[in-house]
Design a protein around this ligand. Structure first.
Ligand code: FRU
Length: 326
C-alpha cells in the first residue's frame, strides 16, 4: 500500500488580506506537490498576533514536524516561536524575523538593504534635493523597521534631502490613502513618497488623484508583484516610478523544510535577491513573471492529474485487497 505524508509541516501565515500573501501561499501549495511525503497545513492568523499564537499552539498539538512562520508582530510572536524551537521542532522564519535567535533558518530579502537602495534611487529621482514623505508598514514588524532604518541612514548622506514626515500606513491601502489626504489637505508640500509596500504607494496615489494634485510627486514602493493591481503594472501605468522586488520565498521554504526533515544541512540565513523595477525594465519583468506563472500553473495541473491517478490507483488497491479478503 502506498503511504504518503510522512511529515507534517505547518505554515503559520500572519494574514491573507494582501495579494502578496495569497501568492505566497499559492506558490507554496504548488511547490508542495513536489514533496509527496510532506503534508502542508496552512493557518491564516488574519492580522492578529493572538490568533497566530493560538494557531501555532494548535499546530504543535497536531504534531507538526516543522514550522514555517511569517510573524504578524515580531515581539508578540517571539515567546511562542521560542517554545516551538525549544521543543525540538525546527522553525523556518519566512521573511519576518522575530526578536530571538531560537530559529533554524531564515528565508527572505534583506529589508535594510531594500531601504538603502530605495534611498539611493530616491536621491537620483530628486537630483540630490527635496522633501520626502515616508509611509511605513506596521512598525511592530521586522520589515517595516528595517526598511525605515535603511532608508533613513542612507538618505542622511544627502544633506539636501529631508524626510519631512513619516507616517504609519500599517501595510494598508486605505490607511495610507487617508494619511496622505490629511497631509495634502494641511498644505504640506513634498517631492517624493517612499512607501514600504506597493499597496500603500497606490493608496497614496489614489488620494493624489482624488484631490487633483497637479504634478504628481515621485512615488517609490516595494513588492513588485505581477498582475492587474501589482507594482509592476503600476510602474507600467506610470502611477508609481519604481518598486523593489520582494520575493515570497515560498519555493525555497519548502526545499529547505524538506532538507531539514531529512537531516541534511541547511544555511541559517537564506537571503533572497531584490531588483529595482522601473520604466527601464518593467516590461521584461512582467513578461518573465508571466512565463513563470504559466509554468507554475502547468505544474499545478500536472500534479493534480498525478494525484488523481494516485488516488485512483489507491482505490483500485483497496478493491483488490477487499476482493482477496473475500
Ligand atoms: C504583505 C506585506 C507586503 C510586504 C510584506 C512585509 O502582507 O505587507 O506588502 O512587503 O508584507 O512583511
Amino acid at each position: 500500500f502506498i503511504s504518503f505524508s510522512q511529515y507534517k509541516v505547518g505554515f503559520s501565515q500572519c494574514s491573507t488580506t494582501h495579494e502578496w500573501r495569497k501568492d505566497q501561499i499559492k506558490q507554496m501549495q504548488i511547490e508542495s506537490a513536489l514533496y509527496p511525503d510532506i503534508e502542508l497545513i496552512i493557518k491564516d492568523a488574519k492580522n492578529s498576533s493572538d490568533n497566530q499564537i493560538t494557531q501555532i499552539e494548535s499546530l504543535i498539538n497536531e504534531g507538526v514536524d516543522l514550522l514555517i512562520v511569517s510573524a504578524n508582530e515580531s515581539k508578540a510572536l517571539t515567546p511562542i516561536i521560542e517554545k516551538v524551537y525549544k521543543r525540538g521542532i525546527p522553525v523556518i522564519l519566512l521573511e519576518r524575523y522575530i526578536e530571538s535567535n531560537y530559529y533554524t533558518s531564515y528565508i527572505g530579502s534583506n529589508n535594510y538593504k531594500i531601504g538603502t537602495e530605495a534611498a539611493k534611487y530616491a536621491s537620483k529621482l530628486l537630483n540630490g534635493k527635496g522633501e520626502v514623505i515616508e509611509i511605513t508598514g506596521l512598525l511592530e514588524t521586522w520589515p517595516a523597521k528595517e526598511r525605515q532604518k535603511g532608508f533613513k541612514e542612507e538618505i542622511s548622506n544627502y544633506p539636501e534631502i529631508r524626510i519631512k514626515k513619516s507616517i504609519e500606513g500599517e501595510w494598508s491601502f486605505s490607511k495610507s490613502e487617508r494619511e496622505i489626504s490629511n497631509i495634502i489637505n494641511s498644505n504640506v508640500s513634498f517631492d517624493l513618497i517612499y512607501a514600504h509596500n506597493d499597496l500603500m504607494a497606490l493608496g497614496a496615489v489614489n488620494s493624489l488623484k482624488e484631490l487633483k494634485v497637479q504634478n504628481r510627486p515621485f512615488v517609490i514602493g516595494i513588492d513588485g508583484l505581477n498582475g492587474e493591481f501589482g507594482g509592476i503594472q503600476a510602474v507600467l501605468d506610470k502611477n508609481i516610478d519604481a518598486t523593489f522586488l520582494y520575493p515570497t520565498g515560498s519555493e525555497l521554504a519548502l526545499q529547505i523544510a524538506d532538507k531539514i526533515l531529512k537531516g541534511e544541512p541547511v544555511k541559517r540565513q537564506n537571503i533572497l535577491e531584490t531588483i529595482v523595477i522601473d520604466s527601464t525594465n518593467a516590461k521584461i519583468v512582467k513578461l518573465l513573471s508571466g512565463q513563470i506563472e504559466s509554468f507554475q500553473q502547468n505544474l499545478e495541473e500536472q500534479s493534480s492529474k498525478l494525484n488523481f491517478q494516485i488516488s485512483k490507483q489507491q482505490s483500485q488497491q483497496v478493491v483488490l485487497m477487499l476482493t482477496i479478503a473475500c
